[in-house]
Design a protein. Structure first.
Length: 499
């Protein structure tokens, strides 16, 4: 059986804790790999490697760092299919989705390649007589990233390329459910010339996470995952004096106004709700239909959803793959089976779906729930699966009030032909990312990603300008030099002394 070990100090380090976790092929249900689960001592070794590497990497030139990153970008581009294949094998998403994940991660590597402009400081001259003031940004030291199962390559690439470009060293703790992509990312970084110890990967469970949160040599922690864990990460790491950005869960709404192009809205709802089997924090999980268009919109969504082909991620004809684990599949199904009892109309029930020849896979079909109430479990909880809830309101104002009452505020979208309505929505809605006729408004790399309310704990969003600020700290230098004409105070350059 394949084993996945740690990557510490520029090389593979075999797990020594004696604890191993199973990695399953979601399409078959078969355990294909064992991953080492780190002890506290192994986490300490990774942090120590990062601390040692920081002594030289933290003072390295921007030219040296960007040269490595440009080579790294080329290697990642050349190995897109290999990275995507690992994602499909362990996460289950279809190959096209996995390639899209790699592409979005590459955006941040490209942003990091331009770190020379991102790290430019500011200078004010002659703020007083012969006094100048400069603002500069410097790295923090060893920083850590704790990343989720749903994007095993993209989310790590949202973190460590920018962190190391800023001069930090990095310890990555990826999800133990699909760990192989993280190791390949680290190996390619070493091939690109990244010095040993600048990027380390430790696999593990809560033991490893808690060790990173408590370690005195870890200056900052980045996290993406569920809201309860994000809150725990933020509270624990902050109590240990660390800088924290912890991105939590979501319940993303799509408001469809009566004037919207309903075909476009239905297409968007299906792709945004069911893409990647709904296992993404920016998935649309609640459609808010305003006015008389609700019945027609639900029917259009149903027609499209019934045509989605579900199958193994490595089958080119598959449009949606399985869920990550059987336990998660069963949890998602429970929301659908309990929906009718809580007042919803089950338009599509995907809980009985199977795939011929892959009966033991973690399969679930697409589910569509209409007339969902805001106090039902299917609406209140982040399901993280291919379940779309439809809620109905009579007016725009009721729809916005419904969205703003949610404890989550990650992403949202409005579908309309009315520019005035769209403008009002983007100003009035309480969410960190807003789409206008765009269902999944994930910002490009040079803007920052992050939500509001219970979708974000900490002050900084991820990547973009916020990412640079998170991985650096500001310093202001005030300088006063004597004028060269003051010979007794400096070098006599022959300046006249009677001016």
């Amino acid at each position: 059986m394949k084993t996945v070990n740690h990557w510490i100090g520029g090389k593979t380090v075999e797990g020594a804790s004696g604890n191993w976790g199973p990695v399953t092929d979601p399409a078959t249900g078969e355990v294909t790999t064992e991953v080492a689960l780190a002890s506290v001592e192994e986490v300490d070794a990774a942090v120590a490697a990062g601390k040692e590497a920081y002594e030289t990497w933290g003072t390295s030139s921007l030219a040296q760092r960007t040269a490595v990153l440009f080579r790294y970008r080329a290697l990642l581009d050349a190995r897109r299919d290999d990275i995507a294949a690992l994602i499909t094998a362990e996460h289950g998403k279809v190959h096209s989705d996995a390639l899209g994940e790699v592409a979005r991660g590459l955006e941040i590597v490209e942003l990091a390649c331009g770190i020379t402009t991102q790290l430019k400081g500011e200078l004010s001259t002659q703020v007083s007589n012969r006094v100048d003031v400069a603002s500069i940004r410097q790295p923090l030291g060893v920083v850590a990233g704790i990343t989720p199962f749903n994007f095993p390559a993209m989310v790590p690439m949202w973190m460590f390329p920018l962190a190391i470009a800023c001069g930090n060293t990095f310890v990555l703790k990826p999800s133990e459910k699909d760990p192989s992509a993280a190791n390949l990312l680290a190996e390619l970084a070493a091939e690109a010339g990244l010095p040993d110890g600048v990027l380390n990967v430790v696999h593990g469970d809560k033991v490893a996470v808690d060790a990173l949160l408590a370690h005195p040599d870890v200056a900052a922690v980045s996290f993406v995952g569920s809201t309860p864990i994000a809150r725990y990460i933020h509270t624990t790491a902050s109590a240990n004096g660390k800088r924290v950005q912890a991105l939590g869960g979501a319940k993303n709404h799509m408001l469809v106004l009566p004037d919207a192009d309903l075909d476009a809205a239905a297409d968007a709802a299906v792709s945004a709700a069911y893409g990647s089997a709904g296992e993404r924090c920016m998935a649309i999980s609640a459609v808010v239909a305003v006015g008389h268009i609700a019945d027609e919109l639900v029917e259009k969504i149903r027609e499209r959803a019934e045509k989605i082909k579900i199958g193994p991620g490595n089958d080119p004809t598959s449009e949606m793959g399985p869920l990550i684990t059987k336990a998660h599949r069963d949890k998602v199904a429970s929301y659908v089976t309990g929906a009718a009892a809580q007042g919803a109309e089950v338009v599509l029930d995907g809980t009985g779906h199977t795939v011929d020849g892959f009966e033991d896979g973690h399969w679930i079909g697409l589910s569509l729930l209409d007339k969902v109430s805001t106090d039902s479990d299917a609406y209140r909880d982040e399901i993280f699966g291919p379940v779309l809830c439809v809620l109905r309101t009579e007016t725009y104002e009721e729809g916005v009030a419904l969205i703003n009452a949610s404890p989550f505020g990650n992403g949202t979208a409005v579908f309309t032909r009315d520019g005035g309505a769209a403008r009002r929505f983007q100003l009035e809605v309480q969410a960190g990312m807003v789409g206008v006729n765009v269902p999944i408004p994930v910002p490009v790399g040079y803007h920052s990603f992050g939500g509001w309310k219970d979708s974000l704990f900490g002050d900084h969003h991820i990547y973009g300008n916020d990412g640079v600020h998170f991985y650096t700290r500001g310093k202001v230098v005030t300088t006063r030099w004597p004028d060269p004409s003051e010979g007794h105070l400096g070098v006599d350059l022959g300046f006249p002394r009677n001016h």
